[in-house]
Write a protein that binds this ligand. Structure first.
Ligand code: CMP
Length: 140
């Protein structure tokens, strides 16, 4: 499998608890390379657009308000089959179902405050990366 990229967000519940470095250590230990990264505050419009696919779900309003309340760290990760590799490292969306050693098992507070987001397909990875980074921002 060739190298590919995925998009990651370290969410406010993790940045608030000063866990960025610990999350990154798990990412890097899994063989993924952080090839772009920045700490930003999402605007309401950015968060609504990013999570538009969930706009009819009951948790959408709370999700947008949580994601805009405090800083996030947006990242591009590179590695073999990066989307699948990162999903494995993140663990299940609900931390109660996440496997031992995964980011969500280690750090997540709840299904809503689940510490990280990762793209669910290579197609969405390309779309999500382009919402926050240009090609010039991404180094090898
Ligand atoms: P994420 O991978 O960022 O994608 C959508 C987010 O919605 C998810 O992680 C959770 O943080 C949040 N969320 C809140 N409640 C739910 C729920 N019941 N099911 C799925 N996602 C939820």
């Amino acid at each position: 499998m060739a190298k590919s990229r995925t998009f990651s967000i370290i969410k406010p519940d993790a940045t608030r608890r000063n866990l960025t470095g610990q999350v990154n250590a798990v990412i890097e230990s899994a063989g993924l390379r952080i090839v772009a990264q920045k700490r930003i505050r999402l605007s309401d419009a950015q968060a609504k657009k990013f999570y538009e696919v969930h706009k009819d779900r009951p948790f959408y309003g709370e999700l947008v308000s949580q994601m805009t309340a405090e800083p996030v760290v947006v990242q591009v990760l590179e590695g073999e089959d990066a989307v699948a590799a990162y999903r494995k490292v993140m663990g299940a969306t609900n931390p109660k179902e996440a496997a031992d050693g995964t980011i969500r098992k280690l750090f997540a507070l709840s299904i809503g405050e689940n510490s990280v987001h990762g793209s669910d397909s290579p197609e969405n990875a390309t779309i999500e990366i382009a919402q926050f980074f240009t090609d010039a921002d991404i180094t090898g």
